[in-house]
Design a protein around this ligand. Structure first.
Ligand code: ASP
Length: 323
């Protein structure tokens, strides 16, 4: 099955290779028509349930922004997803702290980081974008803002996550584990029927991190970046490595210069592997889509995959890797 998926992914990427390049170049020359592509949803890892939810919104002609918000809410609310929202693994002090950001088709963005006790940080991030003159709220202030806006305080630490923390405490070693991020940080990009793009990214971050640590996921330009004239990109994996290279912004800028989404993701990974000497010890993956709907996905290590929804079909695709 994995091999078959790999074959399909490679066939699609290979098959699109030539035209993707041409389309990406055209994208920077043509004024935005608003009718560029067919509705599409992509998201990191294998969260088909999230994609299906987002797809439902697009199918009805809904806005890509609504699609990505509702889509990633599924992962946030799933107690079995141990790296996003409710059920996420806690930090080293046993606290579940959440990071999320969202970006729309005109470059508006909102973000929350180090937020506790709120199940859907993505929706708080959207409210920051829509109701405040700010982009990012952190910690207590973000919580206060959420409560003022009708969000309920909830305990997000499930029994399963608490158990894994108890296990971890026996050794108390912070060591990122490659691809433990299966079902991890969900980063999602969607194109609506109107050709407009939006993106969302939400996570409980690195398991057993230092209390107060914030990763790439709520940082616009690192965990997520969308430019409607070009495309969008999301990142997953070791947030520190992504921040150091302004990863998602880099991918979008490379697409703006004419690279296909696949080439852009590969170059962004190369930037990390050439500058960060310990790259073999951690995973980073980028997923991107240009405004024509061409897709790219590349990681440092094997094992990264993404969910693709288009034409009513939902598939998990294996991504290529540097190693
Ligand atoms: N990027 C996330 C973080 O560093 C975690 C992940 O995607 O694995 O917080």
């Amino acid at each position: 099955m994995a091999n078959r998926r790999k074959f399909i992914a490679q066939a699609i990427l290979g098959g699109l290779g030539v035209s993707i390049g041409r389309q990406a170049k055209a994208a920077v020359q043509l004024p935005f028509s608003g009718k560029a592509s067919e509705p599409t949803v992509i998201s990191t890892w294998n969260n088909i349930k999230s994609n299906k939810k987002a797809w439902k919104v697009l199918k009805k002609g809904g806005r890509a922004l609504d699609a990505v918000e509702r889509g990633v809410q599924v992962a946030e609310g799933d107690p079995d997803d141990m790296s996003v929202g409710y059920g996420g693994r806690p930090d080293r002090d046993g606290k579940v702290t959440l990071d999320a950001c969202i970006m729309d088709e005109v470059g508006n963005c909102g973000s929350v980081c180090f937020l506790q006790d709120i199940k859907h940080p993505i929706s708080v991030a959207r409210l920051v974008m829509e109701k405040t003159p700010h982009v990012m709220l952190a910690g207590e202030g973000a919580l206060q803002f959420a409560l003022e806006n009708g969000f309920q305080r909830e305990n997000l630490l499930t029994e399963k996550a608490a158990k894994s923390w108890e296990e971890w405490k026996k050794e108390s070693q912070y060591q990122p584990v490659i691809n433990i991020e299966n079902h991890d940080t969900i980063g999602m990009i969607a194109i609506g029927e109107d050709g407009n793009l939006s993106g969302a990214c939400t996570t409980s971050g690195a398991a057993f991190k230092v209390h107060g640590r914030v990763g790439d996921s709520p940082i616009v330009g690192a965990g997520l970046f969308v430019d409607n004239e070009v495309g969008g990109a999301v990142a997953t994996g070791l947030g520190e490595a992504v921040i150091k290279t302004a990863g998602s912004f880099l991918v979008v800028e490379l697409m703006r210069q004419g690279r296909s989404p696949q080439e852009a993701c590969e170059e962004a990974i190369r930037r990390i592997t050439s500058k960060q000497k310990n790259y073999k010890e951690f995973q980073v993956a980028f997923l991107a889509m240009n405004r024509e709907g061409a897709i790219g996905a590349h990681a440092i290590h094997e094992g990264f995959m993404y969910a693709l929804s288009r034409g009513g079909e939902h598939q998990v695709m294996d991504a290529s890797s540097f190693l």
